[in-house]
Design a binder for this molecule. Sequence first.
Ligand code: TYD
Ligand code: MG
Length: 400
Amino acid sequence: MRKLSQVAAESTQRTATGMPELDRVLGGGLVQGSVVLIGGDPGIGKSTLLIQALASLSDRLPSLYVSGEESAEQISLRAQRLGLPAERLELLTETCVERILQIAGKAGVGQDGARILVLDSIQTFYSEQLSSAPGSVSQVRESAAQLVRFAKQTGTSLFLVGHVTKEGALAGPRVLEHMVDTVLYFEGEAGSQFRLVRAIKNRFGAVNELGVFAMTDKGLKEIANPSAIFLSRHDAEVSGSAILVTREGTRPLLVEVQALVDQSPLANPRRVALGLEQNRLSMLLAVLHRHGGIGLFDQDVYLNVVGGVRISETAADLPVLLAVLSSFRDRPLPQGLAAFGEVGLAGEIRPVPNGQERLREAVKHGFTRVILPKSNAPKSAPDGVQVIAVSRLSEALDAL
Ligand code: TYD
Ligand code: MG
């Protein structure tokens, strides 16, 4: 037992992975001895991301890539095709956890053992201590428990790849998420070349942080200015489109939301939201009726966030309603308009965190008019931008 004050608060040791966007979602680099779980649909790029990161890391630290899915030839072929430096990277195809840990303990330089270990994927491994099949809940839990213990005892950093089920949850027990330090998730639209990696849990960084990549024929490439990809530049003004300034993790992003409001043939009109919470949409439509006087009971409402990004923060409320209204009236919003703000049940527009930073991001990308909550308004507006500060939903509607 020790007093908290006596525990040396040594700052966590972080290693750059050679991929700044990955470092960003990790909270500023890979923490020594941390366990990172990476989930995502099959074929989305989990193995590609890790082989790229590991090739770069193996330059500086002993690294071992353990695959229970692909043959050594397949992995080597991919690394060659990506032109990765692979002289120092150790490869192992093995599915028994006890043997993996034994080998990992010996691999690498001197007594240190492997400092970085990638396990692809956790569902393929099994422990000799159990008789159930690999991939079963008890095997996944036991394998992960042994691996986490190894990481904490030896200070080895661990990446675990996890498959997801059709419903989008990590396959295997939820307990996996509790055992690890960081959970990263691949998001993105099927068919799109963009890949988003989001931190949904992080003991060493901001949750909801987003890393943005593009899948190319040379592997994953980083997108340094992601705002550009979430805006579809329309040639002419279109109705039903609004630009919102969101702040996922620690950086602001400009994202387009599109709404389609159409006469419904159904007794219960449809409300469909992609990239946003469905219940939130229903709630916002109720507020629009009560406090904006616009009822959409006989209309289907479809909502989509461009680029496959999922927005979980309330700053999207106001732009969502602007997009819905624009589609309903079939009147495009003014060009150069961006918005953010939470809408309350009483029809009030509530402030959101980091208003100034969001405003700056909009200005940086050439937006000339920004609708925002009154409490987020700056004392003096930046040059060349008209700031429309509103405290009620009705004021925002009047402003258009
Ligand atoms: P992969 O990393 O194997 O996915 P996961 O491990 O998540 O299942 O990614 C495979 C997909 O990525 C596959 O459909 C091909 C594509 N890809 C490229 O487009 N370019 C590349 O350079 C690589 C390596 C893969
Ligand atoms: Mg894979």
